[in-house]
Design a protein around this ligand. Structure first.
Ligand code: PEP
Ligand code: MN
Length: 284
C-alpha cells in the first residue's frame, strides 16, 4: 500500500492539513510536540514507594520530565506480577508530588479510566489494548493526554485509526507511541519501526514518542535506538529505568540503571542542537 488520497481522507482528525500543522500538548510546564525533545522515564512497574521515589529522584536529576510506572500491568502470563493497582497509583502520585515530575501510567480497563485519570497527568493505552475500542472511546471522553502505544501487530493505518477513535470523542490530546512490532527476528524482543515514525510525522500533526525499551528488549540497544528515533523526528522517548534491574518484577533485562540513564541523557543532550535544526525537514 502506498499513501493514497483515500487513506489520508480516512484520517479525518489526525492528518495534517498543511505541512506545518502540529499539535502541542501541555503537561504541567512541559510542551510535547513543540520542538523540545521530552524524555519520560521510570520503572516498568511500580513495586514499592521506596523503589519509585528513589527512581524518580534519579531520573529527574538526569533530566527526565515525566515519570513512568505501571500500576495495572497487562502481563503475558497470568502468573507474572500484575501490578499494585490503586496502591500503585497512590505511590505514583506521592512520588510525583515529592519529586516534582509529571506522570504517565497505563489504564487497561474501561472501569478504571475515571480512577486513573484522578491520579496521573497522562493515560497510557498499551500495545495489547490498541484496538480495545471501548477503552479508546472511554479515554476519549476524558480531558487527559493519552499516550497511545502501537499494537505489536498493528499496521500504521490501524494505529492512526485508533487515534481517531480517541479524537472523535473530543479528546485531541493524543501522543502516538511507537514501541516495536513483531517480526521474524528472535534476537530482539520487537523490531522498532522507525519507518513508522518518519512516516507518521509527515502525515499527522500529532506528537510521536518512541519506546526503545520495549522496541528492542535489550538494554544495550536502548541508547542507539533512542538516538535514532529522535534523529528521524520523534518528539520524545519513554525509557525504562530501575534502581536494581536484576531484581525488577517486570522487564529487568531492558531496564537501565540510574547510572546508565545518566550517561544516556548526557549523550542525548550532546545531539540536541543538531535535532533542533534537522527536525521534520523531510517530506514525502
Ligand atoms: C509498558 O510500557 O510497560 C508496556 C506494557 O508497554 P507495551 O504496551 O508497549 O507492551
Ligand atoms: Mn515494561
Amino acid at each position: 500500500m502506498t499513501i493514497t488520497p483515500d487513506f489520508l481522507e480516512s484520517l479525518k482528525l489526525a492528518r495534517k492539513n498543511n505541512p506545518s500543522q502540529k499539535t502541542e500538548i501541555k503537561i504541567r510546564d512541559i510542551t510535547l510536540g513543540g520542538g523540545e525533545k521530552i524524555v519520560m522515564a521510570g520503572p516498568c512497574a511500580v513495586e514499592s514507594e521506596e523503589q519509585l521515589v528513589r527512581t524518580a529522584w534519579e531520573v529527574k536529576k538526569a533530566g527526565a520530565t515525566v515519570l513512568r510506572g505501571g500500576a495495572f500491568k497487562p502481563r503475558s502470563s497470568p502468573y507474572s506480577f500484575q501490578g499494585l493497582g490503586k496502591k500503585g497509583l497512590e505511590i505514583l502520585r506521592r512520588a510525583s508530588r515529592e519529586v516534582g515530575l509529571a506522570t504517565v501510567t497505563e489504564v487497561i480497563d474501561t472501569r478504571d479510566v475515571e480512577l486513573v485519570s484522578r491520579y496521573v497527568d497522562i493515560l497510557q493505552l498499551g500495545s495489547r489494548n490498541m484496538q480495545n475500542f471501548q477503552l479508546l472511546q472511554e479515554v476519549g471522553k476524558t480531558g487527559k493526554p493519552v499516550l497511545l502505544k502501537r499494537g505489536m501487530s498493528a499496521t500504521i493505518e490501524e494505529w492512526l485509526l485508533a487515534a481517531e477513535y480517541i479524537m472523535k470523542e473530543g479528546n485531541h490530546q493524543v501522543i502516538l507511541c511507537e514501541r516495536g512490532i513483531r517480526t521474524f527476528e528472535p534476537l530482539t524482543r520487537n523490531t522498532l519501526d522507525l519507518n513508522a515514525v518518519a512516516l507518521v510525522k509527515n502525515i499527522s500533526h500529532l506528537p510521536v514518542v518512541v519506546d526503545p525499551s520495549h522496541g528492542t528488549g535489550v538494554k544495550e540497544l536502548v541508547l542507539p535506538m533512542g538516538k535514532a528515533a529522535l534523529t528521524v523526528g520523534a518528539d520524545g522517548l519513554i525509557i525504562e529505568v530501575h534502581i536494581d534491574p536484576d531484581c525488577a518484577l517486570a522487564d529487568g533485562k531492558q531496564s537501565l540503571t540510574p547510572g546508565e540513564f545518566r550517561e544516556f541523557m548526557a549523550e542525548i543532550n550532546v545531539l540536541k542542537e543538531f535535532w533542533g535544526r534537522s527536525l521534520n525537514s523531510l517530506s514525502i
